[in-house]
Design a protein around this ligand. Structure first.
Ligand SMILES: [Zn+2]
Length: 198
C-alpha cells in the first residue's frame, strides 16, 4: 500500500482552521468514500497536530517539513508559512552583498597572482623553499607553491595581505548566507496536511 501527500492552506485562528479542515475532511468523505485507502485527506481525519515552533519562509519549506515529519495514519500536521514578495530594496541589498563577496574573492586571487609574478620577476635565478629546503630553478615554477612539498613560496608581506582579504571574504560570505530577505504584503498562512494511505 502506498501513500499520497495532501495538504490544504487556510487563514484564520486555530479554532477556525479546525472547523475549515473538518469540513474539508467531510467533503472528501462524500466524494471519495471512507475505504481506508482513498489517498485523500479522509485518511488523516480530524485532530490537527498544530506545530508553531517555526514560521516557514515559503510554502515549499512548510510542505517539506510536514512531509518529513508526518507518518501515514497520523492526524494531519499544521504549520505556518509566510506569503509575500521580496522587496526591491531587499533584492538590491542581497545583490550588493553577493557582489562584495565576489569582489573580495577576486581580490584574493589577484594577490596570489601578484605574489607569483613577484617571485618570477625577482633578481635571483633560484628560490629556496623554507620547508623542504629545496633550491628551485625559477624557470620551472608554475605556481606560488613549492612543487616538492606544496609549501607557499610567497613573501610574508603578501601572505599578510592575502589573509586580511580572506578574512573579509569569509565575513562577506557569512553575511550573504545569513541575510533574511524582507517581504511585502506579508501574511501568515496555515498549511495542513500529511500522508494519506492509498
Ligand atoms: Zn618545499
Amino acid at each position: 500500500m502506498g501513500a499520497q501527500f495532501n495538504s490544504l492552506t487556510f487563514t484564520g485562528t486555530k479554532e477556525q482552521i479546525i472547523v475549515k479542515w473538518n469540513n474539508a475532511v467531510l467533503e472528501a468523505g462524500h466524494n471519495n468514500g471512507h475505504g481506508g485507502y482513498t489517498g485523500s485527506i479522509v485518511e488523516m481525519g480530524e485532530g490537527i497536530d498544530f506545530r508553531t515552533h517555526t514560521i516557514f519562509d515559503t510554502i515549499n519549506a512548510a510542505e517539506n517539513y510536514i512531509s518529513e515529519n508526518h507518518s501515514k495514519w497520523d492526524g494531519p500536521i499544521a504549520v505556518q508559512f509566510k506569503t509575500g514578495k521580496e522587496t526591491e530594496a531587499s533584492k538590491k541589498k542581497q545583490n550588493a552583498l553577493f557582489d562584495k563577496k565576489v569582489e573580495l574573492s577576486n581580490k584574493a586571487e589577484q594577490i596570489l597572482k601578484l605574489g607569483y609574478l613577484n617571485l618570477k620577476n625577482g633578481k635571483s635565478l633560484t628560490l629556496s623553499c623554507k620547508k623542504c629546503k629545496s633550491k628551485l630553478n625559477k624557470e620551472y615554477i608554475r605556481d606560488h607553491v613549492c612543487p616538492l612539498c606544496n609549501e607557499s613560496l610567497l613573501s610574508l608581506t603578501i601572505h599578510k595581505r592575502y589573509d586580511k582579504v580572506i578574512e573579509k571574504f569569509e565575513a562577506a560570505k557569512k553575511e550573504c548566507e545569513n541575510y533574511i530577505p524582507k517581504v511585502t504584503d506579508e501574511q501568515i498562512v496555515w498549511l495542513v496536511g500529511g500522508w494519506c494511505s492509498c
